[in-house]
Ligand binder design. Structure first.
Ligand code: ZN
Length: 523
């Protein structure tokens, strides 16, 4: 019974002689179906069997039992008198098991995949569960053996044209490696042990087909690209440029903290400040409306969501919600079901009823169909709007938060935050200028307007962002290319995140060879 059913599942080219099974393993005795063999040296076919021996192979487990193959293979005499080889062992097909292998090819393939996906210890745990009798070391050995050898480009020597370069930490703040990424195919093409100019230049020099090198502005990658790939256009990575600019602004905030404290420290609220804060909130609202309008116009002209996110630099999620009509009004209420009842609600509120549940009951009686939640949300908003909270924060918020309020969250400031920002803008005008410069820089990058760069650079002189301007001027060609070349980066950043994850999974065992084996995967 076993024999018959096993024929369907054993590797092709083997004839099963006997199958025995005990509680946790199955022993399969087999021999090759072929009656002849070819000499590996001269290629002459031989039928003269010299002797036999047993090859032991592990195969895929079956029904919770590991499978052990015992294959009777033969040695043949080479009939060719001119051949130096007298006797040769017969070869099983490569898809059964290559010469010298201890596992069948199909088992080895699965072990390799598990090793690639999970790394050492987790892979060994899963393998044990799957009844694959391999140790952690075997798993790592299989992964290593099948890895792309160092110095050979897995994708093919003439195919990496657009390459992204960035560093990653072996040990945070101490030792760094370099990651090279094919920006066209979205994949890691190589990992280098360090980030020395020489190492990177050598790698680039071995790939004369490279036309674009996208890299960080700082560090040694600029000189490395100039040396190793002089034919390529160097592009400053947009993601890093944004980061650099934001970091420069944060630094400006840090340096201005003393003046900021003074500006926020005065307890008397200037009435001008109030209107200024409201102006900021209103400006944020208008800005949001304008952005949404642009998105809607693009969409009505038939532009795809993907293209809209690319052109506007807005997130996919935001674009989607705007197109669904979810951009909302200034106060972002979910009033749709409440609209018809607002007059009554307001009257009840004025008459002194402040209890959400009670208000809801009264509205229900008047024909309102919405839930309690809609009404309580309204009362919360209403209560908040009536509270006199025109107060500056007692403690000066940390620089990081201030920098965020002044930049990222400026479109959606709460009343208190708007007041804080207004106080800073009035009290520390240099910081307001720096913020505007940062805004302009981000818009330039998003809008790919390289011609705006020169006037922007002139304006940074003497400002709080002077050193950023200076750095960019020193790397002008690459920054201009960042605005004109179509290659976004950030992608390299994503690959580095992936690398960090793999590194963490492998605990302390993540040497360069293993990282390469798991990340630089040949097609
Ligand atoms: Zn021969």
């Amino acid at each position: 019974m076993w024999n018959a059913s096993f024929r369907a599942v054993t590797p092709v080219g083997l004839v099963i002689d006997r199958v025995t099974a005990d509680r946790d393993r199955v022993l399969v005795a087999a021999h090759p179906v072929a009656s002849i063999a070819t000499c590996p040296d001269c290629g002459v076919v031989s039928t003269q069997v010299h002797s036999r021996y047993e090859r032991r192979l592990l195969d895929l487990p079956i029904a919770g039992r590991s499978v052990h193959l015992r294959v009777q293979v033969r040695r043949f005499r080479c009939p060719n008198r001119c051949c130096a080889r007298v006797v040769f062992g017969e070869k099983l097909a490569d898809d059964v098991a290559p010469r010298g292998a201890r596992r069948t090819s199909r088992l080895e393939g699965i072990v390799h995949h598990i090793g690639i996906a999970l790394g050492g210890r987790p892979a060994a745990t899963l393998a044990r569960r799957l009844m694959l009798p391999v140790s952690r070391d075997t798993l790592l050995r299989v992964v290593r053996r099948r890895a792309v050898p160092v110095g050979i480009d897995p994708v093919g020597i003439d195919t990496v044209c657009i390459v992204g370069v960035d560093d990653f930490a072996w040990k945070r703040g101490q030792r760094y490696g370099t990651l090279l990424c094919d920006l066209e195919r979205h994949r890691i093409v190589d990992l280098l042990p360090d980030r020395e100019t020489g190492t990177v230049a050598d790698w680039l020099a071995a790939h004369p087909e490279i036309t674009v090198v996208s890299r960080d502005r700082g560090g040694g990658y600029g000189p490395a690209a100039a040396k190793g790939a002089p034919q390529a256009v160097q592009v400053a990575d947009r993601w890093h440029l944004m980061e650099n600019a934001s970091a420069a602004f944060l630094e400006a905030v840090r340096r201005s903290m003393r003046t900021i404290r003074q500006a926020l420290g005065s307890t008397i609220i200037n009435p001008d400040l109030l209107s200024c804060a409201e102006g900021l909130q209103y400006e944020g609202f208008i800005r949001r409306q304008e952005n949404n309008q642009v998105i809607k116009e693009l969409a009505s002209a038939g532009t795809s969501i993907k293209e809209i996110t690319r052109r506007t630099g807005r997130s996919r999620k935001l674009v989607r919600s705007v197109l669904r009509g979810g951009d909302g009004d200034m106060f972002r209420c979910r009033t749709s079901t409440l609209d018809a009842h607002l007059a009554k609600l307001d009257a009840e509120w004025q008459a002194g009823c402040r209890n959400g549940a009670e208000l809801w009951r009264r509205l229900r009686a008047a024909g309102f169909r919405g839930g309690l939640r809609v009404v309580t949300e309204w009362t919360t908003r209403r209560r908040r709007s009536e509270r006199p909270d025109f107060e500056l924060p007692r403690k000066t918020p940390p620089a990081r938060l201030l920098s965020r309020l002044m930049t990222m969250q400026r479109n959606q400031l709460s009343k208190v935050d708007a007041l804080t920002v207004a106080a800073i803008e009035v009290g520390v005008p240099a910081l307001a200028t720096a913020r505007d410069l940062l805004d302009r820089f981000h818009r330039m990058l998003r809008g790919r307007s390289a011609e705006a760069l020169a006037p922007w650079l002139a304006d940074t002189e003497g400002s709080l962002l002077a050193s950023l301007g200076k750095g960019i001027r020193a790397d002008l060609a690459a920054v201009k290319a960042a605005m004109t070349e179509p290659w976004p980066n950030g992608q390299t950043e994503g690959q580095i995140t992936k690398l960090k994850l793999v590194k963490r999974q492998m605990y302390g065992r993540a040497g360069l060879d293993l990282l390469r084996a798991r990340l630089v995967i040949p097609t």
